[in-house]
Ligand binder design. Structure first.
Ligand SMILES: Cc1cc2nc3c(=O)[nH]c(=O)nc-3n(C[C@H](O)[C@H](O)[C@H](O)COP(=O)(O)OP(=O)(O)OC[C@H]3O[C@@H](n4cnc5c(N)ncnc54)[C@H](O)[C@@H]3O)c2cc1C
Length: 408
């Protein structure tokens, strides 16, 4: 592929990682984001082994491993019965394999610093509203004054789940808003929890409380935990009216050990509401535009795969551009490289999410009866670990030439 002029719209994990990968292939990169000052939103997340491998190839992996917290287990109990209803161990796939709990800002900072280190220009305070056509490429249209930037040979849409550009995909997708979201806070790490596990507690599927170790924001700082409480987004105003004290008493009653974490919450503003949606673009490309990360496929974070999938998208896009000298063929190739893995995980998320976040009374009953015996069945421990680790259908096996090019 001849060097292209590429606009990357969105500086989340997908956009920043894409900038690193595509600039190393010699393309001219320009990044755009709506933020005034570069910053991520949200608390913490789990990076899975394939996503970490992509970060290793791109460079920021080792620093992130130093800041993050290795996780060897995802573990959950039903409140009341104490029954184990989630128990996934990475070591079922081999010693040394683990997830990495990271502060969202640590992931952002490490990628952002690498982008700055590569002298790639970021245009901030640019809210993208649309995409238009010119003879020699596609200009981006800004929201505040309708002005245009470009044209570009290729626009990479990394604007996340609410991207205004998805109507430019070759095949449209319906966005479904999910009823349940969660409120999240990053809090100082306290004892009383497994430092190498995501721990959750459930009451039916309407209550879910989680504590995720996310390591450090920066070298030398204390470790942190992401704390989350499942909440219907429509119930958030009522939660605010209820008052922090009443809610904290309720959470302590359900999971007394969280008391030490809750002591660090003195203001409802410390808890950020995250709402979730679900969509999958059947064809994540269009005329001189390609979709990566949450703009291509968004879902509930129940399986902890969003950032992982975004990083795999980046590797697939870089490989497709490396392997072809025709842009339209390369974009179709990118879609082909990712299709199976994306569709499988999007489907798994649709199936699993209501067992842990919904109003159903039947599904959590099935979960509480079945998960523990099933997860002890031969083969099931490996299968569950493989799902959680993002390794089903071995997504990296399709990305051999990316691995070769970036290992050098
Ligand atoms: C609460 C929560 C927990 C999660 N937990 C996990 C987990 O454990 N593991 C995991 O892998 N994933 C997890 N995810 C999902 C993960 O965060 C996303 O999949 C990932 O952030 C997607 O990255 P992205 O770069 O595609 O989009 P985003 O991170 O959404 O980034 C989009 C960027 O585009 C910018 N932008 C948006 N609209 C515009 C516009 N119109 N103009 C200009 N700029 C714009 C935004 O400012 C942002 O910088 C979680 C998500 C949530 C909400």
């Amino acid at each position: 592929m001849q060097p292209l002029s590429i606009a990357i719209a969105g500086c989340g994990p997908a956009g920043l990682a894409a900038a690193l990968a595509l600039s190393r292939q010699g393309h001219a990169i320009r990044l755009f984001d709506q933020f005034d000052i570069p910053r991520p939103l949200g608390s913490g997340l789990i990076l899975q082994p394939p996503g970490m491998e992509v970060l290793d190839w791109l460079g920021p992996g080792p620093l992130l491993r130093r800041l993050g917290q290795p996780l060897d287990r995802l573990y959950g109990r039903a409140i009341g019965s104490g029954r184990v209803v989630l128990d996934v161990k990475y070591k079922a796939l081999g010693e040394g394999l683990c997830g990495l709990g990271v502060h969202r800002a640590a992931l952002f900072n490490v990628l952002h610093d690498a982008v700055l280190g590569a002298n790639l220009p970021i245009a901030s305070s640019r809210r993208i509203a649309g995409l238009t056509r010119a003879n020699d490429g596609r200009p981006l249209v800004l929201a505040h004054d309708g002005s245009q930037h470009g044209p570009f040979d290729l626009v990479v849409d990394a604007l996340g789940s609410r991207s205004p550009l998805i109507e430019h995909a070759a095949a449209p997708a319906q966005r479904h808003k999910l009823d349940y979201g969660a409120i999240w806070a990053s809090l100082p790490w306290c004892g009383g929890f497994d430092p190498n596990a995501l721990e959750q507690r459930y009451c039916e599927a309407s209550v879910m409380i989680g504590v995720l170790p996310i390591g450090r924001l920066k070298d030398g700082e204390g470790k942190q935990a992401a704390f989350f409480w499942s909440l219907k987004t429509s119930d958030h105003p009522a939660w605010l009216r209820e008052g922090l004290g009443t809610w904290k008493t309720r959470v302590r009653g359900l999971w007394p050990e969280t008391g030490v974490l809750l002591d660090h919450i003195g203001d409802p503003a410390q808890l950020t509401l995250a709402s979730y949606g679900h969509h999958t673009l059947p064809l994540p490309f269009g005329e001189r535009i390609v979709f990566i990360g949450d703009s291509a496929h968004s879902t509930s974070p129940q399986l902890g795969q969003g950032a992982n999938m975004a990083l795999l998208d980046v590797a697939a896009l870089a490989q497709a551009l490396e392997d072809s000298d025709d842009l339209a063929a390369a974009l179709a190739d990118y879609a082909r490289l990712r299709r199976l893995h994306v569709r499988l995980y999007q489907a798994l998320s649709v199936v699993f999410t209501p067992f842990y976040q919904s109003d159903s009374l039947i599904l959590p009953l099935i979960r509480d009866q079945l998960v523990s015996p099933v997860s002890r069945m031969p083969g099931a421990t490996r299968l569950l670990a493989s799902i959680v680790a993002g390794l089903m259908v071995n997504p990296l096996s399709r990305l051999r030439s990316f691995r070769t090019a970036f290992r050098a």
